[in-house]
Write a protein that binds this ligand. Structure first.
Ligand code: UT7
Length: 336
């Protein structure tokens, strides 16, 4: 039986920094409210000519270079995003030729904030089964082009940012399962009855005769809409729950984990999880202050920044959990 190892991580965030004060000018919000409720201080926005696959390309190129592999060794691309370049084909099909690759499978994963862990899990299974040896897993988002940047959209508009992260996953035969870097396990969940608590209604084939029309645009149905309190409540409960189950599955205790990397939807959610589970705050690494919520990109960005800050080192045992639209949630334990 094979295992898979995360051999490298890359990231890219657009240069343009948008502070809370910048948003004050657009959407009747203020720095104090955003910091107090979310912990976010700034986020990045792309320029008009940059798309999601462009961000993914830069993160992927860095991950490939750090892995020291020839990109032709990549057997499969898994691209987690809720903001693809176009409705179809998927963003992975646009990324593939930008990377100079051809013919390998290019798959989009549409699981929003949980997308990266879904993609990681699928890649891990492909590798364990021996189907593929080297998989590129990317999470990338361009939110800024899809937000309502007026007072009407302030509840959602202040939360999201643009960015990308990518990892190279490689097949490995474990010599010492207690010491070798590898993915110990992943678990995936969803509860579609809550699909409309955080969603973008249009365009959509369920919208009557037209998937999109002027009335829908006037109503702002093409912008994300969220029942924030409900999402917050479910996120804290489900992330605690799945994290504990994941540890249990591996006969591990919370104290065995060296670092917790959670999805970055709201700093207050992650602080509540740490309080609830009595995890020391210094064992939880957050990036939301700088980048906002980059949905599928938050976890690889977290890995990248934690490694750069010296908080994530080879051999460390890491636990991740994420929650988002769908509702979907997921968890994983891996040795870095
Ligand atoms: O990644 C996907 C998962 N997403 C999440 O997990 C997000 C979960 N939800 C949340 O993080 C929080 O619910 C929010 C940060 C989105 C909102 O915080 P909240 O404490 O639930 O605020 P609220 O929506 O109840 O709004 C409180 C007040 C309202 O005013 P009134 O009715 O009390 O007068 C809002 O109109 O804050 C107002 N408000 C704002 N004020 C300034 C809402 N958005 C803003 C804003 N700036 N941006």
């Amino acid at each position: 039986m094979f295992s898979s190892e995360i051999v490298s991580v890359g990231m890219y965030a657009p240069e343009k920094i948008v502070t809370n004060n910048d948003l004050e000018k657009l959407m009747d919000t203020n720095n104090e409210w955003i910091i107090q409720r979310t912990g976010i201080e700034a986020r990045r926005w792309v320029d008009a000519n940059t798309s999601t696959s462009d961000l993914a390309l830069k993160a992927a190129e860095e991950a490939i270079a750090k892995a020291g592999i020839d990109k032709k060794e990549i057997d499969c691309i898994l691209f987690a995003t809720l903001s693809p370049d176009h409705d179809f084909p998927g963003a992975a099909c646009f990324l593939q030729p930008k990377l100079g690759l051809s013919e390998i499978p290019s798959i989009d994963i549409r699981q929003q904030c949980t997308g990266f862990l879904y993609a990681l899990s699928i890649a891990d299974h492909f590798i364990r089964l021996g189907t593929y040896k080297t998989v590129l897993v990317v999470g990338a988002e361009v939110h800024s082009k899809g937000l309502d940047k007026t007072p009407r959209g302030r509840d959602v508009g202040v939360l999201f940012g643009d960015g990308a992260g990518a990892v190279i996953l490689r097949q490995k035969e474990l010599k010492d399962s207690k010491k070798d870097s590898h993915i110990l396990s992943t678990s995936l969940y969803s509860q579609g009855e809550f699909a409309k608590e955080l969603w973008v209604p249009a365009p959509g084939m369920a919208n009557g005769a037209d998937r999109m029309n002027n009335e829908m645009i006037a109503e702002g149905l093409h912008y994300p809409s969220m029942n924030g309190k409900k999402v917050f409540m479910h996120a804290t409960r489900r992330m605690c729950e799945c994290l504990l189950k994941e540890l249990d599955k591996n006969n591990l205790k919370l104290e065995d984990i060296d670092l917790f990397l959670f999805h970055q939807a709201n700093l207050r959610i992650n602080q509540m999880i740490a309080d609830e589970l009595k995890i020391p705050q210094e064992k939880v690494f957050n990036t939301i202050q700088k980048y906002g919520n980059t949905t599928a990109a938050t976890l690889p960005i977290g890995m990248y920044e934690a490694e750069k800050a010296g908080k994530l080192k080879k051999g460390m045992l890491v636990a991740s959990a994420a929650f988002g639209s769908g509702f979907t949630w997921a968890s994983s334990v891996y040795r870095w």
